[in-house]
Design a protein around this ligand. Structure first.
Ligand code: ADP
Ligand code: MG
Length: 331
């Protein structure tokens, strides 16, 4: 265990020092890594957004199925996705690590490199964190700080009957990718979607800036579950049309017949990291041109209803009943 020994020799402070050396000072950062707390200056007129998400080995990832570069990128992406869903601009992040005895320095270096690649891509700076030993599994806990003009925050609670429901990109690819990984495959676009999702930060910001969505959420637990959160908080229901769901060519290639099972995978599989948003009737025509400018596909998949029920309507106009509703850690 040459690498393990390296990590031991380096020690907690050596590792923090090794990470800190690779960080350049970000815009607005008054004090970064190294002091008791970080200090940063928000842009004038904006308020802070803050979000945190953990990735736990054995729950969120399996070290035999993922590479450290992608894992590092994904850990940041899933957090950036939450800032995107508020229409915000991500600025800084904190990284807390719980490291098991068997972890190698090489793995940590690559994981950190991946994280910094994504950080650079979205203009965020690492400003602190915590580093501990873990008895058995690796834990990556990230906190992302972002900012937004107070009147541009897009809540989950703003959907109203008659609003159209849109979703960016395609859904179900990540769930398919995980299934393929578990079956022994290692390549393909669905696997990339699972291991290395890209957050829709630009899309979220552009939508909020144009004041288009009445409500917005990122898809982490599966479309049905996440739309369900919007419906709960907006005290509304929705009708989704199965034929309007955006399924990738790859997804359709794997499932030539769209059955209830494949629909379940697309609607409840989770980890799509697309944005789902609702749009009042008078703004519907603004959505496509804006997303076209960004080169991002977007689909209208249904409508918000007064009746507090989430219905998926099949091609023949009748309701499809799906038993899997989405991912829940405790069920
Ligand atoms: P304290 O004991 O005061 O909590 P630490 O020794 O935990 O301080 O951390 C020292 C400095 O290193 C702090 O600025 C902290 O934010 C930073 N830090 C610790 N772990 C990490 C990490 N994994 N990534 C980035 N910064 C870190
Ligand atoms: Mg600490």
């Amino acid at each position: 265990m040459k690498d393990g020994a390296n990590l031991k020799k380096l020690g907690e402070f050596g590792l923090i020092e090794r990470f800190a050396r690779q960080i350049s000072t970000g815009k607005g950062v008054v004090l970064g890594i190294g002091d008791d707390a970080a200090a940063f200056q928000p842009s004038p007129g904006r308020i802070n957004l803050i979000t945190t998400d953990m990735l736990i080995e054995g729950i969120h990832f399996d070290l035999s199925l993922c590479d450290p570069l992608s894992l590092g990128r994904k850990a940041l992406s899933v957090n950036l996705s939450d800032i995107a869903a508020m229409g915000g601009e991500p600025r800084h992040f904190l990284l807390s690590l719980a490291i098991p005895p068997a972890m190698t320095l090489d793995f940590l270096d690559n994981c950190f490199t991946g994280m910094l690649q994504r950080a650079e891509q979205f203009g965020v700076t690492l400003i602190g964190g915590d580093t501990c030993a873990s008895p058995a599994t690796l834990v990556l806990s990230l906190t992302v700080l972002g900012e937004q003009f107070p009147d541009r925050i897009v809540p989950r609670s703003g959907a109203r009957p008659g609003d159209r429901i849109f979703v960016t990109g395609t859904i179900g690819d990540s769930a398919l990718g995980l299934r393929l990984l578990q079956q022994g495959e290692r390549q393909g676009s669905a696997i990339v979607r699972h291991l290395d999702p890209l957050p829709r930060v630009l899309e979220g910001r552009a939508l909020a800036e144009a004041n288009i969505p009445s409500a917005m959420i990122d898809l982490s637990d599966g479309l049905l579950a996440d739309l369900g959160h919007i419906l709960d908080l907006s005290a509304a229901g929705a009708r989704i049309h199965s034929e309007a769901l955006p399924l990738s060519a790859d997804f359709r290639g794997h499932f030539p017949a769209i059955t209830e099972q494949t629909l379940s995978l697309a609607l409840a599989g989770g980890e799509d990291y697309e944005l789902l948003f609702t749009v009042p009737p008078e703004k519907i025509s603004h959505v496509l041109p804006l997303m076209e400018k960004l080169g991002t596909p977007v689909s209208a998949i249904g409508t918000i209803t007064e009746e507090r029920k989430l219905a998926v309507i099949g091609p023949d106009g009748t309701e499809i009943s799906l038993d899997r509703k989405g991912f829940d850690h405790f069920s």
